[in-house]
Design a protein around this ligand. Structure first.
Ligand code: ADP
Ligand code: MG
Length: 471
């Protein structure tokens, strides 16, 4: 829904927000953001921001939902703070909160949608999603962990633009943990095609949006049009399909759309946080169909890749950040690229604010929360993933009720390692293994300890896994 921008949250009469100077500054900042990040990103993420509150040195900005907030915080908050500070040196912090602009909520539920609202909704719901101007192939740093995914994505873009548009692998299935560049690569494919052969129709959208549109089409009895949109595309990209799993009717529709496009030799690109075989709540036929093309895994970053990314981004930021500081960050922030970027942005913002170059000490100070979070590294999910890979079983079997030795033993190994390597309690561990009881976990830990003493191979496996997980 298109929300009214100015004013609404301020109507409770908070004097500061009503302040004409502040409003003027805010309008200018919005203008700058639009210039810097481009029309598309502005429309998707920044336009809906409202000035919610201002008191002392603090500005509060409201956005419509959590997803929106997380995105704005990780992608734009630092820049917003810098712009605020430049506009008004008294401002020292910017907080992004979730807030619905004060509008009658009934409008959302009323059965006959008022003409005006329906029109507004229409424009807000074009099929695809806006592309982030920074997510291009040029801006993507490659290394061992992502080279296959990168090469495959480039290939898809090239083939889509070939005179007789060919489909190298269908679908291209990109998977990997959060913040490792899946969305970036998909946008890059779309940008590339837009640049090289703008006649091709490309749709990029999140699985959530796909679902949302489908459900909406059902509600407005307009599924034909819904289907048509998708069936006339050259390249369809759906991001984060793990969100589709479970929703039966959407899955069904997705499956049909998918098949229709594949039959017409149209390219499909899918991303998910797990491989097709590990996606839960997906019908078997869908699962197998998703794995038909090329499945490209984006692995967790290595030190070299992290450093490369930091160097590229630091250079682009225009602020001087010494090599030692970048090395320090590459060592310390190992979770994912998004956090790495967040850390760098924060340092850049800090350097701009204080007008001094950044040292390791300042980095430690400015980033203490991030650094601390990255210290406790091993998670139960990683353990499960590694152990499943090691024993060549499905990740899903970590949660399943299957008792066959071939899966039960690796599961026990994973529970044992979870106990050894994480601070989680037995009940917490049990929950992560398909809701098992803490006594089951205790039993597993004892069992593995016992076996380890007798079984050399197992002892070596455990040592190997531990080392892989801890570095
Ligand atoms: P995912 O979709 O896998 O969760 P994103 O594609 O949103 O991750 O990436 C998170 C952030 O990290 C984005 O800002 C993206 O530009 C950046 N990023 C990820 N991988 C790379 C890379 N190899 N080179 C440059 N930036 C990257
Ligand atoms: Mg993503």
């Amino acid at each position: 829904m298109v929300t009214s921008i100015e004013g609404a949250p301020g109507r409770k009469g908070r004097s500061a927000v009503g302040d004409a100077d502040l409003q003027l500054q805010w309008a200018r900042i919005r203008g700058r953001l639009k210039e810097e990040f481009g029309e598309a990103a502005f429309r998707s993420w920044l336009k809906a921001m409202t000035l919610a509150d201002a008191s002392g040195d603090r500005i509060k900005i409201a956005v419509p939902n959590r997803f929106h907030r997380d995105w704005v915080v990780s992608h734009y908050a630092d820049r917003i703070l810098t712009l605020w500070h430049n506009a008004n040196p008294a401002i020292k912090s910017v907080e992004v909160v979730i807030g619905t602009p004060a509008q009658p909520r009934e409008a959302e539920l009323a059965a006959p949608v008022p003409a005006e609202a329906a029109a507004a909704e229409e424009t807000a719901l074009e099929v695809g999603a806006a592309l982030d101007p920074r997510f291009t192939f040029e801006n993507f740093v490659t290394g061992k962990p992502n080279e296959l995914a990168y090469a495959a994505s480039k290939r898809v873009a090239e083939c889509a633009c070939a005179p007789k548009n060919t489909v190298p692998f269908n679908p291209l299935f990109l998977y990997g943990g959060v913040g490792l560049g899946k969305t970036h690569l998909m946008h890059a494919i779309a940008w590339e095609i837009r640049k090289a052969c703008p006649k091709r129709k490309v749709i990029y959208l999140s699985a959530e949006k796909f679902m949302f549109q489908f459900i909406r089409a059902l509600r407005f009895k307009d599924t034909m049009a819904f289907k048509e949109q998708f069936r006339s595309v050259d390249v369809l990209m759906i991001d984060d399909v793990q969100f589709i799993s479970g929703k039966d009717s959407t899955q069904e529709e997705f499956f049909h759309t998918f098949n229709a496009l594949v039959d017409q030799n149209r390219q499909i690109v899918i991303s998910a946080d797990k491989s097709p075989s590990d996606l839960e709540g997906l019908e078997e036929r869908m699962r197998s169909r998703l794995g038909w093309g090329l499945v490209a895994d984006i692995h967790p970053t290595t030190y070299e890749l992290r450093l490369g990314i930091l160097q590229a981004k630091a250079e682009r930021s225009g602020v001087e950040i010494g090599p030692k500081v970048l090395e320090f960050l590459a060592h310390k922030i190992t979770s994912n690229v998004r956090e790495l970027e967040g850390a760098l942005n924060r340092l850049v913002a800090h350097a701009q604010l204080v007008g001094r170059s950044v040292t390791i000490e300042t980095a430690q100070e400015v980033l203490h929360d991030l650094l601390r979070a990255n210290d406790r590294r091993v998670t139960i999910e990683e353990i499960q993933k590694r152990v499943a890979e090691h024993y060549n079983i499905r990740l899903g079997d970590m949660h399943s009720a299957r008792r066959a030795r071939a899966v039960a033993r690796p599961r026990q190994v994973a529970m044992y390692l979870a106990k050894q390597l994480t601070p989680r309690s037995l009940p917490e561990i049990g929950r992560k293994f398909g809701g098992r009881d803490h006594t089951t976990v205790m039993h597993a830990v004892r069992k593995i300890e016992e076996l380890k003493a007798q079984d050399r191979t197992l002892a070596e496996d455990l040592e190997l896994l531990r080392r892989m997980l801890e570095t």
